[in-house]
Structure formats: C-alpha cells, structure tokens
Design a protein around this ligand. Structure first.
Ligand code: SAM
Length: 242
C-alpha cells in the first residue's frame, strides 16, 4: 500500500514539475496508456468507464481527472441542480464529462466540453464514445473565447444551468466574466469551481471574497486533491442570483 502512495507521489510531482506540455500535464504518455486500458478493459457504459479510470489511477499513476472523492461532491451538486444545459471547461481525458453526462436526467440535456489541447480532446472523444455518450456530449476546441459565439448559438439564447470550471486556473475569472457578459449565466446557474485550494485560482477567489462577485452565493467544500490523501483542496459551488 505505502509503495503505491510513493509511486503516486512521484507521478504527481513529475506531472506538476514537468513543462513538456505548455498548458498542463506530464507529456509522458500516461493519458494514452489510460485510454488504451479503458478501451481494452471497460465495458461500454459510463459506470464501468469511470470505475476503470479510477482503478487505473489508484494503481499508482496520478491523473488530473477530478477523481472519485471530489467526483461525489460534483454528483451531489448535479443532483441538487438537475441541469439540462451544462458547460465543462477542461475535458482532459473525459472522466468528468462521462461522470456529468451520465447523470443528466432531463430529456434533451446536453453537455458542452471545451479542451484546449487537441491530444487530450482526441483521447476524451474515444473514451466518451466507449462510454456510449457521444450523442449527449459536444466537444469544442478551446479556448472558450474562440467558441463563445458558437456556444451562444447552440444554446439558442438560453443560459447554462451548470458550469464546471476545471481548466487553467488563470482563466477561471476571465471565462466566468465572458459567460456572464454573453448572458450565458443566468438566475440559478451553478458554477462549480474545482481546485480553489490547490493549486488555487487567486483571481477568482478574490472576486468571490472581495465583494465584486456579489451576484454569486457561494458554498465551499473542504476536500483533498484528486487521488491523493495528503494535499488539501477546496471546491467552490456558486449560484448566480442575477
Ligand atoms: C484538470 S484537467 C481537467 C480534468 C477533467 N475535468 C476531469 O476531471 O476529468 C485540465 C484540462 O484543462 C485543459 N485546459 C487548460 N487551459 C484551458 C483553456 N483555457 N481552455 C480549455 N481547456 C484548457 C488542459 O489541457 C487539461 O486537459
């Protein structure tokens, strides 16, 4: 058991200190290995895909997917809001996209997921297809600013019910304000921000705390970083009161 934790620590440290992929990630092929493992071992349904991804990560390779512990906080927020229109920023390998889309109960519900790295977007596409969710999940190349008009068109002037922010932490505030300016955030929209504790998003944190973001009613959940027991993290779940 301790050996696994040491491997996980080394894997996490490598991922965080490596600069081989400018926007995020280790660039050591771990994502391709995860995809091959899923395609070969998971049954073609969301539950099996999620379990297979979690088990692969827990066997000693760290991934920046939200993981099972914070995933349960995400599940609870989705159950509470019961969204039909969801936006995810940061698809990575598709873990959270599969997790979110599998819980969208309202007929015609849609998840739009934005990913800036084409390599990760392609991995996510194959994993989403394996989970049988391709028709519900619409993948968009990032950044959000390049897609905002297309998104507005696709939403037919409706606002989003739920936004999951899990991309570059430097963009949380900028992209939230972009959505707000384009009126894609409306009364009752929920904004779920991951990693507010680690590595943190100082701009968005200050916006929530220093009075500017008064339109957002926020609750915080103390938790741990994905797949690690010894680094604290916080997620912020905000509801827009327009
Ligand atoms: C923490 S991972 C997302 C994990 C994923 N949500 C999950 O839980 O399975 C962050 C992802 O955001 C992507 N990313 C970084 N900056 C971005 C941006 N400005 N727009 C869209 N994606 C971005 C990275 O390439 C990476 O795949």
């Amino acid at each position: 058991m301790w050996w696994n934790e040491v491997r996980m620590l080394a894997s996490f440290a490598f991922s965080y200190t490596s600069r081989r992929i400018p926007c995020c990630g280790a660039g050591d092929g771990r994502e391709e290995k995860l995809m091959d493992h899923v395609l070969q071992n998971a049954e073609r349904n969301p539950e099996s895909v999620i379990q297979t991804m979690d088990a692969f990560a827990k066997s000693g390779t760290w991934f920046m997917s939200i993981g099972d512990r914070k995933g349960k906080i995400l599940d609870a927020a989705l159950q509470k809001r019961k969204p039909a229109l969801v936006l995810e920023l940061g698809s990575y390998c598709g873990y959270s996209a599969v997790r979110i889309a599998s819980q969208l109960a309202i007929p015609g519900s849609k998840l739009f997921t934005v990913e800036i790295n084409p390599r990760y977007a392609d991995i996510a596409r194959q994993i989403i297809d394996h989970a049988g969710l391709s028709s519900q999940i619409h993948q968009l190349p990032g950044p959000l600013s390049s897609q905002i008009e297309a998104l507005q068109l696709a939403l037919k002037s409706s606002s989003l019910d739920f936004v999951f922010m899990d991309h570059s932490k430097d963009y949380y505030l900028e992209d939230y304000l972009l959505l707000k300016n384009f009126k894609l955030i409306g009364d009752g929209s929920v904004v779920f921000a991951d990693n507010m504790g680690f590595p943190g998003s100082p701009q968005f944190w200050n916006y929530l705390h220093r009075g500017e973001g008064q339109e957002l009613e926020t609750e915080y959940h103390q938790t741990k970083v994905e797949y690690l027991d010894w680094i604290n993290d916080t997620v912020a779940i905000s509801t827009f009161r327009g």
